[in-house]
Design a protein around this ligand. Structure first.
Ligand code: AMP
Length: 402
């Protein structure tokens, strides 16, 4: 199987709909804190403009849940795109309302129209056929360059592909790069292969953890998700983040790791705080003894040393999810130390996920990583060996394509 290539489409002078992933992290004032995802899409957009196309761009941002929510408007993205493309980018008033459809239909070549947040439409996350059809009606060609959402069967990623035949749809350059990279990584990782998994919740990454177990040699757990495991081990976790309904599952993962001979590392100490705030009182405590009412918000120094030891001989590292609440300086130290260590290692280092990409950029080691993926969930699903719903319709058998 092979991806449909953008360069094989007969795009000259045509209208192209490009599904991008402009779901960028923003600070509390609405400023874009990491524009990697926007920069990553520029090559595909410029290629289409160079082919004298009219370009319609679409993305989601955050989770407005099917309603128009001002703070999730793509206006800041339109401004950043304009700077990066060095040309005017028109922000549509909506997604598929009459005025937007008219703008799309009348869009002249060399012009760029950015639709408003796709998730202002409830049908987007439901893979709604009517919405897919309306989006498809805007252009003659469809290009998916949104790796970060290609593991979701959403209208602009999955449903829409039905309205284009193989001569009229393709993967963008970013999507192609990501798929090719992870393809190689799954088939032939240089061992030992370690996964560092952090972030807030076990629930979001549970399946990924289960599926990663047979593929990796070591797993290092950090972030809020560690406490579900620590609680299951009978430790006092105080008021730390926990998912009680997943305690059995946590045990199951630890049992499986043991059965498979995968080294499973959990924090041995944490930075505990009396509240979830930058001005909290904090102290370093062992993972066994987090005081009542206190919450673990970062891994502690002993854990950093332990994880460094464990990572020493590793040849491939996949990192998904921060080790602590890295957005607050006080609880960023664990993530920062691990980031420096991973960046300095001679291993192939792969960072997945918006938060982790943001983190390594803040720490200033993004250039030293081997590969920074624009998709966290999508990269995990690829590594699990799943076919992504947004990618499958863009795959052809090699002889079929010839
Ligand atoms: P995720 O989206 O699941 O990758 O989670 C990323 C978020 O997890 C970041 O915003 C972190 O602030 C948060 N996080 C990391 N460690 C903790 C922790 N110990 N307690 C609460 N939140 C955490």
């Amino acid at each position: 199987m092979e991806l449909l290539h953008l360069k094989k489409l007969d795009l000259k002078d045509k209208k192209v709909f490009i599904r991008c992933d402009f779901n960028v992290p923003m600070d509390e004032f609405g400023n874009i804190s990491d524009d990697r995802r926007i920069r990553s899409a520029i090559a595909t957009i410029n290629y289409c403009l160079d082919m004298d196309c009219a370009v319609i761009l679409a993305s989601h941002l955050g989770r407005p849940k099917g309603e128009v929510v001002e703070k999730y408007s793509l206006a800041p993205v339109a401004r950043r795109l304009q700077q990066l493309l060095k040309r005017h980018v028109e922000l549509a008033p909506g997604v598929v309302d009459d005025a937007t459809l008219k703008l799309a239909h009348e869009l002249p070549r060399h012009e760029v129209l950015l639709l408003e947040n796709l998730r202002f439409e409830a049908g987007e996350t439901k893979d709604d056929e009517e919405l897919s059809h309306k989006l498809a009606s805007m252009a003659e060609f469809y290009v998916n360059d949104a790796f970060g959402v290609s593991h979701r069967a959403h209208a602009s990623v999955h449903g829409i592909t039905k309205f284009f035949d193989n001569e009229h749809k393709a993967a963008g350059f970013l999507l192609e790069r990501e798929i090719n990279f992870f393809g190689k990584l799954i088939n032939n990782p240089v061992r030992p292969f370690a996964a560092i998994v952090g972030g807030s919740k076990v629930s979001g990454k549970l399946e990924a953890l289960v599926n990663l177990l047979p593929k990796v040699d070591k797993i290092f757990i950090g972030g809020g998700m560690a406490f579900t495991f620590l609680k299951q081990m009978g430790y006092d976790i105080g008021a730390s983040l926990v998912e009680d309904e997943l305690l059995d599952e946590a045990q199951n993962i630890m049992d499986q790791a043991k059965a498979l001979g995968v080294k499973f590392y959990l924090p041995v100490d944490v930075v505990a705080a009396d509240k979830f705030a930058e001005d909290a009182v904090s102290k370093i405590v062992t993972a066994q003894e987090i005081p009542n009412g206190w919450m673990g918000l970062d891994i502690g120094p002993a854990t950093v040393r332990l994880y460094r030891e464990g990572l020493n001989d590793v040849q491939t590292v996949l990192w998904n999810g921060p080790m602590g609440v890295y957005e607050m300086e006080k609880f960023a130290r664990g993530s920062s130390k691990i980031a420096h260590f991973v960046a300095d290692s001679y291993a192939t280092t792969v960072v997945g996920g918006g938060d982790t990409a943001d983190l390594v950029q803040r720490v200033g080691v993004d250039d030293e990583m081997s590969f920074i993926s624009t998709g966290g969930g999508a990269s995990l699903e690829l590594l699990e060996g799943k076919t992504l719903p947004g990618v499958a319709p863009l795959m052809v058998k090699i002889d079929e394509e010839a």
